[in-house]
Ligand binder design. Structure first.
Ligand code: FAD
Ligand code: MLT
Ligand code: ZN
Length: 462
């Protein structure tokens, strides 16, 4: 151990697990963006809340910045440690603490992977409904810090809706308990909700009490092929009017090209310009009849060219793979990701403007569109050609994002629908939040983190 500060850390927190091998610094110092070169001071892996507090108190005494770290599946650089920070990994704090059948809540440590939490809920005959492809590696603490969305927001909302209580080690090392599992609590500011989406800038979530829902209904999955972008929202309205939708996601032919090259089976004989994968309640004949009515209406209107309905769980999973496998299938191209949202009512006009902008701006790049269209959330992934340098690629993408941010500002949209601001979208925060709001955010940060040591430089600059 070379840095003398680490001796003093171990003195302040005897028995703390620390990693300093170069491979560990690299592994824990970056997230899925892979844009920044990891350069953390060390990795601390506390095994108790008391150790988290001791590390944060030590960081205050020595003015060392701390990066809270979950599964590092983040797509905005929020968990990146590229500037001598101490990474505080929650991975050892991953245990279930309590299930309350009357309250229908689960209390878990923040490092628990999302999928483990989902399975615990299922074992109790209940549902933790936040869900997306990184479920196996992302942590509930990271989900809370980013207010993660995913594929079932249309039915169940974001992570925010499911948090009944939080324990947080604030920037000064104090342990705070927010809301304590209450359903009703009109006793002043709701700090629990303030922590949701705070991206590690206010403190470290160490424990969460999550609400559980009724088990999901029997569902079916339908894949639809569409002729154009313009009909997307019409198809959405036709389906939403007739059925209980559990998910409504879209992607393009470019996405299909990548995801099938990555092994996903493709059920149609032809490639079509656009696709929707939708999951809907099908427990009774009425559910199936409504789905068929929506499908036939869309076919008659010429909005849908082809379709397939899952005949088994295996086929449902295969259809989902076409959508859920996209991120992994394009990862090798180090995509520049826009993750934007507008109100659903504004989506048709926004789609037209953003598509014109992106098509004009990137004639030379492969652009993969997909996302949670039923929530007004588009993912636009620009893939880096192998023969274009990182810096040149980034500078073009950042220029286009500035233009996209102007469009979003006019539409009252958001530059980050669900991935968070982190480092990637920090330059564009003003397109979504006005100056007075950002000043308030800075004030909130000062109250929670007086020395500015919790994930500094993420979300906004000091
Ligand atoms: P990390 O990446 O480790 O950290 C994310 C942020 O949270 C950082 O700012 C970090 O400092 C902070 N943080 C982490 N843990 C804590 C804690 N305990 N206390 C305080 N702050 C903390 N996101 C979606 O919203 N919807 C999707 O559909 C979706 N799909 C994805 C699919 C794939 C294949 C991948 C790779 C990512 C996807 N993501 C999606 C993005 C990512 O999985 C989410 O942002 C997730 O919530 C991050 O969790 P994590 O534990 O990996 O957090
Ligand atoms: C998704 O919806 O698949 C995720 O948000 C991941 C991504 O945007 O790449
Ligand atoms: Zn998404």
């Amino acid at each position: 151990m070379t840095d003398p500060r680490l001796d003093s850390l171990l003195h302040a927190c005897p028995g703390l697990r620390l990693k300093t091998d170069p491979a560990d610094l690299e592994h824990y110092g970056r997230d899925w963006t892979r844009r920044w070169t990891p350069a953390p001071l060390a990795i601390a892996l506390p095994g108790s809340v008391e150790e988290v507090q001791a590390v944060v108190r030590w960081a205050n005494a020595h003015k060392v910045a701390v990066v809270p770290s979950g599964g590092r599946t983040g797509l905005s650089g929020g968990a990146v440690a590229a500037d001598g920070e101490l990474v505080l990994s929650l991975e050892r704090l991953n245990k279930a603490l309590d299930f309350n059948a009357v309250d229908r809540t689960l209390t878990v440590q923040a490092g628990m992977p999302l999928e483990v939490l989902q399975n615990l809920a299922r074992e109790q005959g209940l549902l933790y409904p936040v869900d997306f492809a990184a479920r196996g590696s992302c942590s509930i603490g990271g989900n809370i810090a980013t207010n993660a969305g995913g594929i079932r927001v249309i039915r169940y909302g974001n992570t925010r809706e499911w948090i009944a209580g939080l324990k947080v080690v604030a920037g000064n090392g104090e342990l705070l308990a927010f809301n304590k599992g209450l359903i009703k609590n009109s006793s002043g500011y709701d700090f629990r909700q303030l922590l949701v989406g705070s991206e590690g800038t206010l403190g470290i979530v160490v424990e969460a009490t999550v609400k559980l829902a009724d088990p999901p209904p029997a569902t079916n999955v339908m894949l639809l092929a569409l002729p154009s972008f313009e009909v997307l929202m019409q198809v959405f309205s036709a389906f939403r009017e007739r059925m209980q939708l559990e998910a409504f996601e879209f992607f393009t032919d470019r996405a299909v090209q990548h995801v099938t090259a990555h092994g996903a089976p493709y059920p149609f004989t032809e490639i079509h310009p656009y696709y929707v994968v939708t999951e809907y309640a099908s427990a009774d004949e009425a559910g199936e009849a409504a789905a068929m009515a929506a499908f036939e209406h869309c076919m008659e209107q010429g909005w849908v060219l082809d379709g397939v309905i899952s005949a088994s769980d295996t086929q449902a999973q295969q259809l989902w793979r076409l959508r859920e496998g996209i991120t992994e299938s394009v990862a090798r191209y180090k995509p520049y990701k826009n993750d934007v949202s507008v109100r659903i009512s504004a989506m048709p006009a926004f789609l037209a403007e953003s598509q014109a902008l992106i098509n004009g701006a990137y004639p030379q790049f492969d652009v993969v569109w997909f996302g949670h269209i039923g929530d007004g959330n588009l993912h636009i992934n620009v893939l880096k050609p192998d023969d274009t340098g990182d810096a040149e690629f980034l500078s073009q993408c950042e220029h286009v994002t500035t233009l996209l941010a102007e469009v979003l500002h006019r539409f009252d949209g958001s530059i980050s629908a669900e991935h968070g601001i982190g480092l990637v979208k920090k330059p564009y925060l003003e397109s979504t939040r006005d100056a007075a709001e950002i000043a308030l955010m800075r004030g909130v940060k000062r109250a929670f983190d007086p020395h500015g040591l919790m994930n500094p430089g993420k979300l906004f600059d000091p």
